[in-house]
Design a protein around this ligand. Structure first.
Ligand code: SF4
Length: 197
């Protein structure tokens, strides 16, 4: 196997590092911090589904198996589906951490593809308005990105058992407005502390 970290455990979860690509360039992205997450998650190349599966020893032994990485996992939708489908058969609980822009990436609603494969989806909202999102997350899609994230979240509610909107506590972000957006969408809300370490 190549000398790169494809999976790593934190607490009771196993995290899968499947891509370093992302359609955002957030000001607070952990990729810009000196220590990152404590592991070197820069990939020399994107691991194949077989390599990812080989990096997961006992799927059912984790509380959750989380697609995250130093990037946007849904840029590799087919790989996510293949791995999740395999892991579900082994009683694993699956979470995806996403920037919520899959609708723009694929130019269609892909949420039904994730139904029955994913237990929890955690969508980074990170802003209370489109203009604030543009400044903080700097999406390649420009102004339309924020609405796409909201549309994606709305579509997930009712199709995926748990939908969480997350916000990083960042200057200028109206956390209460974000909490209200999540409530109106019928999603859970999670505030995350920014850490430079
Ligand atoms: S969406 Fe996540 S991976 Fe992408 S730039 Fe923002 S924080 Fe980094």
């Amino acid at each position: 196997m190549a000398d790169q970290i494809v999976s790593y455990s934190l607490g009771q979860n196993l995290y899968l590092n499947i891509t370093n690509r992302c359609t955002n360039n957030c000001l607070f992205c952990i990729r810009h911090t000196p220590r990152g997450i404590g592991y070197n998650l820069w990939l020399k190349y994107e691991p194949s589904p077989e390599e990812i599966l080989a990096a997961i020893k006992e799927p059912a032994s984790y509380q959750e198996i989380v697609f995250c990485g130093y990037g946007e996992p849904l840029l590799r939708l087919d790989t996510v589906k293949k791995i999740a489908s395999h892991l579900k058969k082994k009683d694993a609980k699956i979470r995806i951490n996403t920037n919520g822009q899959a609708g723009l990436i694929y130019q269609k609603n892909i949420v039904s593809d994730l139904k029955d494969l994913v237990d929890i989806i955690c969508i980074s909202l990170n802003a209370h308005s489109a203009s604030s999102y543009l400044k903080i997350c700097r999406p390649v899609y420009g102004e339309k990105a924020y609405q796409a994230v909201l549309d994606f979240a709305r579509s997930c509610v009712g199709q995926i058992p748990r939908v969480i909107l997350s916000v990083v506590d960042w200057p200028g972000v109206d956390v209460e407005k974000c909490r209200e957006i999540a409530r109106k969408l019928g999603a859970e809300f999670r505030l995350r502390k920014f850490s430079e370490n």
